[in-house]
Ligand binder design. Structure first.
Ligand code: DAH
Length: 347
């Protein structure tokens, strides 16, 4: 015990009051720094006699050591508190359930497309994909729409500000029918010289565009084209294939089909295909699901094939419409607004 004890007590109290390592270092400077209180005491030794220096010097050194010990203790305490806080912040509750990864789902139209592809795939049809920006020739001329014929305006086509070599505007394809021509020409070229040519059996699903928008029409919509060409393919085959498709698609063996005479430039004869459900809210009502017909000889010629030898049928249907019927959706626009509350119902 000596007159320096209060200084040790003051230093310990200051250190204890420092809440962070930085503030602790400031407190240390006040006692042990260049102008600190212990340093001031040591400077005072110079004025003392040699004997006094000895005893006073020893007292001051002892005081300094006690203050340094108090400082080390506080440093250790602060470091431990910091580690504790960090461990608490990073604490892991291993009993919590794991975080689920957000699983996406297929859009109802994509589901419908896949369903169509699977059913026709099972009947030996290839699946083809093609450009959405088309030439005038592919969209119209090759499909037996005479140039400047009024039938061309049956479809409110979007034109693209770009011309082909013949000086005609490109268009956003108003139907998937150009894929008949693209696929058949590639097939004919591939099997040139092979006699008889293997049959063409293909569907071409994809996006199509028309200037049209209301509860049952959207400027972008989907179609799926179908084509079957061979030496002996008839309207009877179309009926069998399409009936089989509809019954599988709607999972209803007693679904009825009706082929209603119609007109398309690329088929002769042509028919609209209507279906009627045997049960459910639409029971007995005729609903149009596709256009179809025997491919016109002019179109077969544009395939690069001899229409005297090759014959067959084509059809074009609307997957959006099929999805609406299958899921009971009454507004086509719901499919394209992408409201997650609507879309989640299908997953
Ligand atoms: N392309 C027609 C349309 O968009 C649908 C269609 C009708 C396609 C008859 C065909 C067909 O292949 O044979 O309205």
């Amino acid at each position: 015990m000596n007159d320096l004890d209060p200084l040790v007590a003051a230093a310990s109290a200051d250190f204890a009051a420092a809440p962070t390592p930085a503030e602790l270092e400031n407190a240390k400077a006040r006692f042990l720094g260049k102008a600190g209180r212990v340093t001031e005491l040591l400077k005072g030794l110079a004025a003392l006699s040699p004997d006094e220096k000895k005893t006073r010097g020893a007292e001051i050194n002892q005081t300094k050591q006690r203050i340094e010990a108090a400082l080390s203790a506080r440093r250790a305490a602060l470091a431990e508190a910091e580690l504790d806080a960090q461990l608490r912040a990073e604490a892991l509750d291993v009993t919590l359930p794991g975080r689920q990864r957000g699983l996406g789902g297929l859009h109802p139209v994509s589901r419908t497309m896949e369903r169509i592809e699977a059913i026709f795939g099972s009947m030996g049809f290839d699946v083809a994909d093609g450009p959405e920006i088309e030439t005038d020739w592919m969209s119209f001329t090759a499909l037996n729409n005479p140039e400047n014929h009024p039938a061309r305006s049956m479809q409110d086509t979007f034109y693209v500000d770009m011309k082909d070599e013949g000086g005609r505007w490109y268009n956003l394809r108003p139907h998937t029918s150009p894929m008949q021509v693209r696929y058949a020409r590639a097939h004919a070229a591939r099997y040139a010289g092979v006699d008889p040519m293997p049959e063409i059996r293909v569907i071409a699903p994809g996006r199509t565009y028309r200037v049209d928008s209301d509860a049952t029409h959207s400027p972008m919509f989907h179609q799926c084209e179908g084509l079957w060409i061979g030496e002996n393919v008839s309207f009877k085959d179309l009926k069998v294939v399409f009936t089989e498709f509809c019954r599988k698609f709607f999972e209803s063996e007693d679904l009825r089909l009706r082929f209603r005479p119609s007109f398309f430039p690329f088929t002769e004869p042509s028919a609209e295909i209507d279906i009627a459900f045997a049960s459910g809210p639409l029971k007995g009502q005729w609903l149009e699901v596709a256009g179809s017909g025997q491919v016109h000889p002019n179109v077969v010629r544009n395939f690069g094939l001899d229409p005297e030898r090759y014959i067959g049928f084509a059809f074009g249907m609307g997957p959006d419409r099929l999805a609406m019927l299958r899921y009971g959706v009454n507004d086509l626009r719901l499919f394209f607004e992408n409201d997650l509350r609507f879309l989640r119902q299908f997953n």
